[in-house]
Write a protein that binds this ligand. Sequence first.
Ligand code: EPU
Length: 433
Amino acid sequence: MSQLIVKGGKPLKGTVPVYGAKNAATKMMIASLLTDELCEIRNMPRISDIDVTKELCEQIGSEVKIGEDRVCRIQTAEIKTSLVPELSRKNRLPILALGPLLHRKKVAEVPVLGGCPIGHRPVNLHVDALEQMGARIERREFSYYAEAKELHGADIHLTFPSVGATENIILAATLAKGDTTISNAAVEPEIMNLITMLKDMGADIAVHEAVRVITIKGVSVLHGTAIDVMPDRVEIASFAIAALATEGDIFIPSIQRSYIESFLETLNKLGGHFEEKDGGIRFWGRKPYKALYIETQPHPGFLTDWQQPFCVLLTQAEGESIIHETLYDDRFAYTKDLAAMGASIEILEDCPEGRECRFKGKGYAHVARIKGPAHLINGRLTVPDLRAGMAHIIAGLISEGETHIFGIDHIERGYERIDERLQQLGADIQRVE
Ligand code: EPU
């Protein structure tokens, strides 16, 4: 069984590249299904979630080539089949293909969603929205089956600004008859990156970010395009946190602060440092760090995918920190391993006083109380999900002794060659087959 062996205690130093965002690149591959022309998606990350999405597109009929130059050339001249119910169900992308497949074939069937085990992850908002747009959707044992002679525009209010549901509606609305308005839409930068691609393809989309409204006027045809995937915001934060946790000093080239404002704000409050220079950002820090209250929120708030690595950093802060996870109802499973390594972390069901969220009173363990600073010692950890895997690696980087991390296929879904890039920064981390 593959594992990572990490020997802690070395401050990370140097320059590290960050690659294209998983949660934009995969959606762009799905967006390419809306046209029979060639799309070029540049700055692709080499991660297994891309392979899973490639498998989905190829099964549908796409020709997909991803070169050494990190360019994905994808063209779906013809849909071979729009019924792909038996795919591996390894990620949450297939449901986003419903709109494009309905436009091109009028029937579609995709597997029930996979993805990380981080709580209930319903798709009611996706299904309700597509039904409002004229689709008939049937939940089968392992799949969703959908039919629509024609999708039409609709006024859709999301009860929660779901990233996936917003993307699903946008994809379906581009070629629908008439206009669609999404209110309480998600406005994550990866969605804006996807919208840039769709507009280049000929879609008519307007975004009113401050009020969370997106309007799409349906067009009759979309064309091929070329688009750059934005840098991965979770990778940026993960490396920055690893640098601060190890009291190191790193530089990430070619990134903009606008993607990560709420992260930088939090870093400031902690007592960490950053500096924009030469088109990138330098991150560094030295203890003591200050304890914090963090609440995960839809963009522009603190991203839920940052909370696991940040939790490790908070084990090194002075005093009591709280993380209030308001996106997912069960995203603290990884803290058991951190506790076994010596961290003082208590998981609670009640919202912190005066900070209610939609999980209030439902018995979900969605709040972490962390007391620091803690001395971490070596552990044997099994990664429960992608972002937790990064938390485990950072815990290994700051702990005494040798940490063994199993289940690294989860990490490879979203981080390209993480061991090699950390080695480049001076970390003692080895991958053993
Ligand atoms: N939700 C519903 N009904 C729905 C859809 C969502 O109740 O129909 C709820 C979910 O249960 C969850 C919340 O809304 O509690 C947020 O879900 P959302 O739909 O916004 O997330 P997602 O599209 O499933 C994407 C990313 C996640 C990231 C979230 C939030 C992808 C493939 N995944 O998930 O990334 O955490 O947005 O930003 O884009 C990761 O990369 O590790 C990851 C989990």
